[in-house]
Design a protein around this ligand. Structure first.
Ligand code: MN
Length: 215
């Protein structure tokens, strides 16, 4: 995302039903059109009276929150995080056949986790282990080394200087309509829709030091 105030809700990069049968159409509609839209609206509302920040990108708002006025800092962090995380999450899934082609990321996964299977197991455990609402992230540090982190609510890896590679939203709104309370089944379905070709693109951006996940 290179945008700044007023932020907009970017359309999904695929049809609402593109992730069937793994992620259902109604969930995608509500998740994108209502949940993400609410974060966009609330971010704009928080920033409306503060023109000094109308040129700031999402990334700048998320990494420079310390310099925001105290009265809007929390609202901006939560809602900018909600926008950033959802766009990243939606962009990280697809129905395209090539989504299993992880390219250079595959080698890095084997290097840092031992095997692809080991990585998937660790990532699933992290996603299961998010208490309440949040995300599990695959991230790269400044040396390109991969790691898995759990973050609550709409916190982002950017705030801790990590470069995002892949993310799963485990808020219940991401799966409740189809999977009810069975987060493990949702995670398995997310694995089937996850776009590792796109994650590899993000990883290569991390290596290049660009750190602009949705540029
Ligand atoms: Mn969500």
């Amino acid at each position: 995302m290179n945008g700044h105030y007023p932020f907009e809700n970017p359309p999904l990069p695929y049809a609402y039903d593109a992730l069937e049968p793994y992620i259902d159409t109604l969930t995608m509609r509500l998740h994108h059109d209502r949940h993400l839209q609410a974060y966009v609206d609330n971010l704009n509302k928080a920033l409306k009276g503060y023109p000094a920040y109308h040129g700031w990108t999402l990334e700048r708002l998320l990494t420079g929150a310390d310099s925001l006025p105290a009265g809007i800092r929390t609202a901006v962090l939560n809602n900018a995080g909600g926008v950033y995380n959802h766009v990243f999450f939606f962009d990280g899934m697809s129905g395209r056949e090539s989504r299993r082609q992880a390219g250079a990321l595959y080698g890095a996964v084997v290097r840092d986790f031992g095997s692809a299977e080991k990585f998937l197991e660790e990532f699933k455990n992290a996603a299961l282990g998010v208490f309440g609402s949040g995300y599990a992230w695959l991230t790269a540090d400044k040396n390109g080394r991969l790691g898995i982190i759990k973050l609550p609510n709409q916190d982002t890896p950017l705030a801790s200087g990590l470069c995002p590679v892949a993310a799963i939203d485990v808020w219940e709104h991401a799966y409740y309509l189809k999977h009810y309370n069975e987060r493990a089944k949702y995670i398995d379905d997310w694995f089937a829709a996850a776009d590792w070709e796109r994650a590899n693109e993000e990883y290569e951006k991390c290596l290049a030091g660009a750190g602009k996940p949705d540029g």
